[in-house]
Design a protein around this ligand. Structure first.
Ligand code: SAM
Length: 157
């Protein structure tokens, strides 16, 4: 593995985790909408690899990144921000075009479930967690935000 792309890298947690696990020096491209996040991620990831680190500020949907360049693409807690089927399909096509043959995409994210009972159970667990963190009003605000802004999909999607 030589090249990693971290989409919606935030403060770089997932690149750091990957580098820690594999114990290899790889080149990391970090992409995020937020410049302060990228600055923080660059500092933190630089402490874990002697590979080249590049930052790309912008929306993954429109950033001009090189095709067939990455062995691993990480996307943690970011793809659920996509809007609709068209957006998901265009973004997946783009991500696929960025991978080297044999490369892989590793997603960790907020998801929905095709089975209604499982979906209800998981959302009620998430609600419980949010209530514990910030109370009922906070939980409702988060759920309203998800309804308005996000589009979580089932794993099989
Ligand atoms: C919930 S945070 C997750 C950060 C990091 N991946 C983690 O798991 O710690 C989502 C990040 O994705 C970024 N983001 C959201 N939509 C994006 C997009 N379309 N293109 C690039 N970054 C995006 C946000 O700026 C934010 O930093």
């Amino acid at each position: 593995m030589r090249n990693v792309l971290d989409i919606g890298c935030g403060a770089g947690n997932n690149s750091i985790r990957l580098l820690t696990e594999i114990g290899l020096d790889v080149d990391c491209d970090l992409c995020d909408l937020s410049e302060p996040m990228l600055i923080r991620a660059q500092e933190r990831v630089a402490a874990e690899t002697t590979g080249i680190i590049r930052t790309f500020q912008g929306d993954i949907r429109y950033l001009p990144l090189s095709e067939k360049s990455y062995d691993v693409i990480l996307a943690a807690a970011v793809l659920h921000h996509l809007r609709n089927d068209e957006d998901w399909e265009a973004t997946f096509s783009k991500i696929f075009s960025l991978l080297r043959p044999g490369g892989s995409l590793w997603i960790t994210d907020l998801i929905s479930h095709e089975h209604r009972g499982v979906d209800q159970l998981m959302w009620s667990r998430y609600a419980g967690y949010l209530i514990e963190q910030g109370g009922r009003r906070y939980q409702q605000e988060v759920f309203d935000y998800i309804d308005k802004e996000d589009s979580p999909r089932p794993v099989t999607y």
